[in-house]
Design a protein around this ligand. Structure first.
Ligand SMILES: Nc1ncnc2c1ncn2[C@@H]1O[C@H](COP(=O)(O)OP(=O)(O)O)[C@@H](O)[C@H]1O
Ligand SMILES: [Mg+2]
Length: 316
């Protein structure tokens, strides 16, 4: 390892494809041992960021470093230290699980490739299936082969592009557990995901990208609070009827409303000041309240952010 400092750094990294700007001067640092989730809509630059860090794509401006090694100048040093799960892991479907992982162990020139393969397959729980062709496995197990391949040389930094994309809930939970175990063993993880609930459980911090710009960076709690600070959710015993609706709509402190069959979510001017009166108004309208809570999970915060105009895109 080279000195101290963050495990991953992007300094004003920019990348274009033709006229299209995929990344606008991205600044990002991932601390050692941290799990950082890159979130954002399709086309927001998540894969481009990961590919630049994986030395597969060069930045047009700025610099990126992994464990202080520059991804362009010191690409070989970087490759030795990263484990990559690409967006579409190309596995050899006709070859066995073991052969797929062995190929990479050999490519890395490991001292004991067989031992490393065994260890990686044990970690992802595929030891028993090592002689089966990858093509016969479920999508969830194929993703585990891709993870085994990424970690066979025990890299300190992992770059995972949507590791649980397309997996059923059990397979996704298994993948989430494996990533958590890797971080617990000291790995630094940068992962792209659309699974916001997973990001909220798994990630120390999340970075939200949109159109190649970093819009928010912080712990899931910070991102939630910054975006949803004054949104309150009221759950009712019955359905939201017309009197309840009127009670909410006539309250001047209500800025915005979202309706569900038996829940109301409102944005207040000041949640602490206005929530008691909101509740009082609902009760007077005959509503039977089960729960009142600050709204929102990371998913709600994300949707809120996406509904806001982009900074810099000034309305005419
Ligand atoms: N190889 C490429 N050639 C042309 N355009 C690309 C290429 N890779 C990415 N892009 C464009 O760059 C932008 C960011 O893409 P990407 O990083 O793949 O986004 P994400 O992973 O967030 O969905 C998109 O507009 C995409 O179309
Ligand atoms: Mg992508």
């Amino acid at each position: 390892m080279k000195g101290a400092g963050p495990a991953i750094e992007c300094d004003a990294v920019a990348r274009r494809f033709g006229d299209r700007v995929a990344l606008h001067r991205l600044d990002l640092a991932v601390e050692r041992g941290e799990i950082l989730g890159l979130l954002g809509p399709n086309g927001s630059g998540k894969t481009t960021t990961l590919r630049i860090l994986a030395t597969l794509l060069q930045p047009h401006e700025g610099a990126a470093r992994v464990l202080q090694w520059d991804v362009v100048r010191d690409a070989m040093e970087v490759r030795r230290r990263i484990g990559v799960m690409p967006e579409r892991p190309s596995l050899y479907e006709r070859q066995t699980v073991e052969a797929n992982v062995s190929f990479w162990a050999e490519a890395h020139g490991l001292a004991d490739p067989a031992g490393a393969v065994r260890e990686a397959l044990r970690f992802v729980g595929l030891e028993d299936r090592r002689r089966e062709p990858v093509g016969s496995l479920s999508k969830g197990l194929k993703q585990r082969v891709a993870l085994a391949r990424a970690i066979v040389h025990r890299p300190p930094v992992l770059l995972l592009d949507e590791p649980s994309s397309g997996l059923d809930p059990s397979a996704a939970a298994a993948m989430e557990g494996l990533i958590r175990d890797l971080a617990r063993d000291g790995a630094t993880v940068l992962l792209n995901t659309h699974r916001l609930a997973e990001a909220e459980r798994l990630c120390d911090r999340v970075a939200i990208l949109r159109e190649g710009r970093l819009l928010r960076l912080g712990t899931p709690r910070q991102v939630r609070a910054a975006l949803l600070g004054h949104i309150v959710e009221v759950e009712l015993a019955g359905i939201v009827d017309a009197p309840a609706r009127r009670a909410v709509e006539s309250f001047p402190a209500v800025r915005e409303t979202w309706w569900a069959p038996s829940a109301i979510r409102v944005r207040l001017i000041d949640a602490e000041r206005d929530t008691p009166e909101l509740v009082a108004r609902l009760v007077s309208a005959g509503a039977r309240i089960i729960a009142v809570r600050p709204a929102g999970d990371l998913e709600r915060a994300y949707l809120e952010l996406m509904s806001q105009p982009l900074p810099g895109s000034l309305a005419a």
